[in-house]
Ligand binder design. Structure first.
Ligand code: UT7
Length: 334
């Protein structure tokens, strides 16, 4: 049987930084409020002519270089994004594949908001385990600044831009394999986090739609509560089902939405501080890119060793959620 191994990681962040002080000049907020309620100090913002695919390309190039897998061996490219280059088509995945010079591989986008990377990972795992694909390149890339309303202090303080990428390959060694992935969704909560305009569900003849607003809207406080509850339950479940204790997890890498959510879930799971990876202070919430960006930080700091188990978890618009138990299994060091 083929197993799916997490081979490599790469990421990219745009140069421009938007600080809390910058935001305080744009809306009625303060560095103190943002830091206390979210843990965020700054976030990166893509240039006007820098697209989601451009950032994804840079992250994917690094992940490929580090994987030891030749790009012509990639037979599937998945891009997790809610801020694609184009509305509906072509997918951002096909654009990234073309920019990378990958021809003929299956390529498509996944819309699962902040859970997009974990959803993509689960698709890669399923295709590899079924024998249908051998090397899957996953990209989480977001230009959230393009869909953020910078007059809404409830959302504009949270989001940032960036990309992360990973190569997942077939292996026959069970010890290298992704252990388990959970994904779920509940559309009953769809209105908590949405971009209400621009799709067939919006009234195209309304003034609101004409104004071109495809901005994100969020019921922040309600989202917060559902996030903590759902994440805690889901992570407890995946640990129990796989007979793994939280103290045996080397790296707990949650979606970086809000430091208070990360701490609440970490505490409920009795995680020690040294287990929890936190990057929200410098990148804000980058949705589908946040988990691979956090893994990349860990890797580039020299803190991710072969065989160490990462526990990933995420929660986002839809509502969607997911968790994954993933050993780091690079080819070159085995
Ligand atoms: O990644 C996908 C999932 N997303 C999330 O998980 C995000 C979840 N939500 C959150 O992170 C938090 O709910 C927020 C950071 C968005 C808001 O924090 P909160 O502690 O839930 O605040 P709140 O919405 O309950 O608002 C409390 C007060 C309100 O004022 P009043 O009504 O008490 O006078 C808000 O108007 O804080 C006010 N407020 C602000 N004040 C200063 C809201 N945003 C701001 C702001 N600066 N930026």
């Amino acid at each position: 049987m083929a197993y799916a191994a997490f081979r490599s990681i790469g990421a990219y962040v745009p140069e421009k930084i938007l600080t809390n002080e910058d935001l305080a000049k744009m809306v009625d907020t303060s560095d103190e409020w943002i830091t206390k309620r979210t843990g965020i100090k700054e976030r990166h913002i893509a240039a006007k002519d820098e697209f989601t695919s451009d950032m994804g390309l840079k992250a994917a190039t690094k992940a490929l270089e580090r994987s030891g897998v030749e790009k012509d061996k990639i037979d599937m490219l998945i891009c997790a994004t809610i801020s694609p280059d184009y509305f509906c088509m072509p997918s951002t995945a096909t654009i990234i594949a073309n920019k990378l010079g990958i021809k003929g591989a299956t390529a498509f986008d996944v819309t699962a908001a902040c859970t997009g990377f974990i959803y993509s990972l689960s698709i890669a795992k399923a295709f590899i385990e079924s024998g249908m694909k051998k090397n899957v390149l996953i990209v989480g890339s977001e230009k959230l600044s393009a869909i953020t309303d910078y007059t809404d202090r409830g959302t504009c303080i949270l989001f940032g831009d960036g990309a992360g990428s990973a190569v997942i390959s077939a292996t026959d060694k069970k010890e290298e394999a992704i252990i388990d992935i959970h994904t779920g969704a509940d559309g009953e909560y769809a209105d908590l986090l949405m971009t209400p305009n621009g799709g067939t569900g919006s009234a195209h003849d309304s003034l609101e739609a004409e104004s071109g607003s495809c901005f994100m809207q969020m019921k922040g406080n309600e989202t917060f509560k559902v996030a903590v509850r759902t994440l805690t339950n889901d992570v407890k479940e995946i640990l129990t089902e796989n007979n793994i204790k939280s103290e045996d997890i080397k790296h707990f890498i949650p979606h970086q939405a809000n430091l208070r959510i990360i701490k609440a879930v970490g505490d409920a799971l009795k995680m020690r501080e040294d287990q929890v990876v936190i990057t929200v202070q410098k990148y804000g919430n980058t949705s589908g890119a946040s988990i691979p960006m956090a893994i990349n930080d860990l890797y580039e700091a020299g803190n991710l060793e072969v065989g160490e188990i990462m526990l990933l978890d995420a929660f986002g618009g839809g509502l969607t959620w997911g968790s994954a138990l993933v050993p780091f299994s690079p080819i070159s060091k085995l």
